[in-house]
Design a protein around this ligand. Structure first.
Ligand code: ARG
Length: 462
């Protein structure tokens, strides 16, 4: 196969070397952004007079036609091609002849591949943000229906204080909100144009880089050609963002795994998003949640891989950089499919709210409130803690719940207890008492939901 760089070589490249250095298997998916970048480059070359209007038109028309044919599945890439950039140029040459050879004027694959990667990633970020937004929307809408649904809140995975399901779900809303903010910030540094940097040092042709940036929707230019062709920290930044999204998904996945056990029984996952066992007929396994949890490892591996690839690379472009796309695409595929599967799994989940309520019964998660009651009646907190400790001990010995005691029983521990103490021991009262901003009381959660609704934007939220 003819090479983009065959001229100075006397011998054929060894086939093993061709196979080892090729990247078409990984970078073929860049075909569309590659063509888009080439169209903008050709148009600009035509405008500045490096190409005649006829040459530019022929190249642009050829690229448009090629794009249509590839999109329609009429073209199969040569699996032995070196990379997608040389393959597109070969296909263009097949179509329009020698003039195709003028497209690469004032351009190198070094600035070309950096441009393609940024365009592709920019769109990946936009898709990911939209998918996260849909997941947040589900969390928000579901939270609205569960302001009064009580379940145990945990610390150390031990019952701590009752919270509402709305509050629990909204905790994830905020994690994903920060993820979207990070991605939006990362996008700013992704969306800068390297093209025009050529191989490493710029070019002697009178390019109009701003024009190319504008046509391709970039917010600005990479300002140093050496940096432009060899910077991949925009990839690392995205991978770090993706690893955090996966971390949040994996925490949520772990809760679904726990909650769907008979021991918890807080959620029933739908048959359509679970799998069975080849030996145990009774099983229904939360494999999707487990794989989301497990694939978090891939995101971390991709991030680590990209960092190690970059470490100690001298300026400017080095072939090591070709490896970036393996990490990037793997992480993008992983995080996109994980967000969308999490959304699917949640949207079909049945929450067992009566089980959640039962789990709070008799769990002593109301003990703090009883001590606070005594404090409000004037008892020092230390002493109140001690008194309530004795009440709890009594209940444990008698095998009764704290909320089942009547006033007479409470008054044997302190005569500060009045009839109202009995009411505040009900889990509903315990939850409703936590009205502090950001707390679990329905009105406090309602407030965060209002704010979240605004942040999410869009009329489709309500
Ligand atoms: N396939 C390469 C990459 O993905 C681009 C080609 C650059 N090759 C070169 N010899 N400068 O990074």
């Amino acid at each position: 196969m003819s090479k983009l760089w065959g001229g100075r070589f006397e011998k054929q490249t060894d086939e093993a070397v061709e196979a080892f250095t090729a990247s078409i298997g990984v970078d073929a998916r860049l075909w569309e952004v590659d063509i888009r970048g080439s169209i903008a480059h050709a148009r600009m070359l035509g405008k500045v007079g490096v190409l005649t209007p006829e040459e530019a038109d022929a190249i642009i028309a050829g690229l448009h036609a090629l794009r249509e044919d590839i999109a329609a599945g009429r073209i199969a890439f040569d699996p032995k091609a070196e990379d997608i950039h040389s393959e597109i140029e070969r296909l263009l040459t097949e179509r329009i002849g020698a003039v195709a050879g003028k497209l690469h004027t004032a351009r190198s694959r070094n600035d070309q591949v950096a441009t393609d990667t940024r365009l592709y990633l920019r769109e990946g970020i936009d898709t990911l943000c939209e998918q996260i937004r849909l997941l947040q929307k589900w969390l928000l809408q579901t939270a609205r229906n569960h302001l009064h649904t009580i379940l145990p809140g945990f610390t150390h995975l031990q019952h701590a204080q009752p919270v509402s399901l709305a509050h629990h779900l909204m905790a994830y809303f905020w994690m994903f909100q920060r993820d979207r903010e990070r991605l939006t910030d990362c996008r700013k540094r992704v969306n800068l144009l390297p093209l025009g940097s050529a191989a490493l040092a710029g070019t002697s042709f009178p390019l109009d880089r701003e024009m190319v940036a504008q046509e391709l929707g970039f917010d600005g230019l990479c300002e140093n050609s050496l940096d432009a062709v060899s910077d991949r920290d925009f990839v690392v930044e995205f991978l770090a963002c993706a690893a955090l999204v996966m971390t949040h998904l994996s925490r949520l996945a772990e809760e679904l795994v726990l909650w769907s056990t008979p021991e918890f029984g807080f959620v029933e996952l739908d048959d359509s998003v679970t799998t069975g066992s080849s030996i145990m007929p009774q099983k229904k396994n939360p494999d999707v949640a487990e794989l989301i949890r497990g694939r978090m490892a891939r995101a971390v591996a991709d991030l680590t891989g990209a960092l190690v690839m970059l470490k100690a690379l001298p300026l400017s472009y080095n072939r090591d950089l070709q490896e970036d796309k393996g990490f990037l695409f793997d992480a993008l595929d992983t995080v996109l499919s994980s967000v969308s599967l999490m959304h699917l799994m949640l949207s079909r989940a049945q929450f067992r709210t009566e089980r959640m309520r039962q789990a709070v019964r008799g769990d002593f998660s109301n003990a703090t409130d009883l001590a606070d009651y005594l404090v409000r009646k004037g008892m020092p907190f230390r002493q109140a803690h001690e008194v309530v400790g004795r009440v709890v001990q009594y209940c444990l010995k008698q095998g009764v719940a704290l909320e089942d005691l009547d006033v007479a029983q409470l008054r044997t521990f302190s005569d500060l207890f009045g009839a109202d103490a009995v009411q505040l021991l009900q889990p509903e009262a315990v939850m409703q008492a936590r009205r502090s901003r950001g707390g679990t009381a329905p009105e406090a959660v309602h407030q965060q939901i209002q704010l979240a609704t605004q942040l999410l934007g869009g009329e489709d939220i309500r």
